[in-house]
Design a protein around this ligand. Structure first.
Ligand SMILES: [Zn+2]
Length: 247
């Protein structure tokens, strides 16, 4: 009797809670879905190589996706960083959130996670006018709470299926051999991870990667395009710089 009451109660509670949780929890993307596409993605900026990376992509007819921090290698609101992000956006590349201060979100409370996400979304919206719809958690770390907050903020969580291992300290020759292996396997799609903060990534490995991808016949598109989704929740006019633009 007691057991059956407990079962009945738990079924009732889960029936009430489930639809809400299902709506709130964010989707996690690890792969592109449009055949023959690669999404080149870059984390941890804005930093000094951002404009170089955009120019390399542009000169090869490629699009990239940039998961920006608010305060990591520098402040997102510095005149140079804000200009470089606007330049990236204006050249048709996707801007997205890597959260404010590159904290491991799985160590934070719901309110702290929300703050880390809100502040960089706010900065990107002020700088470009576009409110991003995609978020990559620092270190690729997430838990149910991170997915719940992401869902409430209408963010899709993005991981990757190929890592050049630049942030893990791989040598450029090691990174190129990983790329050689990827090209040899020729998967239908690729969602790659690189970090824009390394000189060797920007000036050595990325040009090598792009040449090989071109030879292999991949289309280098934004993350949103490689999964057929809208990159932004809404797009308005950028804001003029004011006293709120600080870290
Ligand atoms: Zn990162």
């Amino acid at each position: 009797m007691l057991l059956s009451l407990a079962v009945t109660l738990s079924l009732t509670v889960s029936a009430l809670a489930a639809p809400h949780e299902k709506r709130a929890r964010a989707q996690v993307i690890s792969h592109c879905t449009v055949p023959n596409t690669i999404a080149l993605t870059f984390d941890d900026g804005p930093h000094v190589y951002l404009r170089d990376i955009v120019n390399i992509l542009d000169s090869n007819g490629a699009k990239g996706t940039f998961f920006f921090n608010g305060e990591n290698y520098g402040c997102i609101y510095s005149p140079t960083n804000a200009d470089d992000i606007k330049y990236t956006y204006d050249h048709g590349h996707q801007v997205a959130s890597h959260t404010w201060a590159h904290k491991d979100l799985t160590t934070l409370t719901k309110e702290q996670i929300d703050y880390e996400m809100l502040r960089v979304e706010e900065a990107l919206t002020r700088i470009t006018g576009a409110n991003p719809a995609f978020m990559r958690p620092p270190y690729g770390n997430y838990n149910d709470l991170v997915l719940d907050v992401s869902g409430l903020r209408k963010q899709t969580v993005v991981i990757w299926d190929f890592d050049t291992q630049d942030s893990l300290g791989a040598s450029t020759s090691k990174q190129k051999s990983l790329i050689d292996g990827l090209i040899h396997n020729h998967p239908s799609t690729v969602l790659s991870l690189q970090h824009e903060v390394y000189e060797s990534t920007a000036h050595d490995v990325l040009p090598y990667f792009i040449q090989n991808l071109k030879t292999a016949g991949y289309r280098m598109v934004t993350l949103a395009e490689c999964i057929g989704k809208n990159p932004y929740q809404r797009v308005v006019a950028p804001s003029p710089r004011n006293g709120d633009w600080h870290c």
